[in-house]
Design a protein around this ligand. Structure first.
Ligand code: FES
Length: 134
């Protein structure tokens, strides 16, 4: 019964990205990979990026978590394609929430996970690039 109530908290866009997630999986030879966990619930999100000429060429995600986390990572990977590294550094979870048409307050941290995974992937990319430049 309580599960049924939970479902009604999600709008059609969230449900669509949960049921038909975009960009799910890994990227072979990703340029940057970020994996983060939410202390509050134990959910884990991994985002892989392909970066060309300073821009996000492709993105994939793997999320072991709730429906909001899956929808958030699906939407985030859609939103960032074509953006520059600097734009990603300023990326906010609020953009994911807005694009999803809102999330219940107790599920906002799921979108924060997407922001953190993205930024971790950019950090990984920059670390690898700095190592190559040396
Ligand atoms: Fe923790 Fe969704 S409940 S990521």
């Amino acid at each position: 019964m309580s599960d049924q109530k939970e479902y009604t908290l999600y709008n059609d866009t969230v449900m669509d990205h949960f049921m038909n997630p975009r960009n799910m999986g890994d990227l072979p030879e990703a340029d940057g990979v970020g994996e983060v966990g939410a202390a509050a619930c134990g959910d884990i999100m991994k985002i892989s990026l392909k970066i060309r000429d300073g821009k996000i060429e492709d993105a994939r995600f793997k999320t072991f978590g709730c429906g909001s986390a899956i929808a958030s990572s699906s939407m985030a990977t859609e939103l960032i394609k074509g953006r520059t590294i600097d734009e990603i550094k300023n990326f906010s979870n609020q953009e994911v929430v807005d694009a999803l048409g809102g999330l219940p307050p107790v599920k906002i941290h799921c979108s924060v996970l997407a922001e953190e995974a993205l930024k971790a992937a950019i950090e990984d990319y920059e670390k690898k690039n700095a190592a190559v430049a040396k």
